[in-house]
Design a protein around this ligand. Sequence first.
Ligand SMILES: [Zn+2]
Length: 123
Amino acid sequence: MSTTAEVPIAITCPPWCGGDHLIDRDDGTHVADRGVWHNSAIVDTWTGVHADGPDPIVVRVQGYRHDNPDHPEGPDLSQWHDEVVVDGDVYPGFMSSVQLPAVDARRLGRALIAAADILEAQS
Ligand SMILES: [Zn+2]
């Protein structure tokens, strides 16, 4: 019986990456779409004043790097843009949109600008 050893694929991080990765290389993923999600350190996180769930607001930078940069369906699919991401309870009680009291809206605004600065300075 013989086995074939897989050669690990290196993870090459963008300059802003904080080392938080989601590796998307399992057998259920189309080969051309395999790669790694990179996350920056959290720019800001807090619990909104009207939060009604367990998820704090989290602002960070996120980007995807395909294992194969030459996606067979074209450059648009191989060059996903790095973006500022907001997760959490930005509209308590609902699944999408943003509706916040002034104190949280101001904090979110400052965090978005800080995250955009990180992205623009290190891209
Ligand atoms: Zn990384």
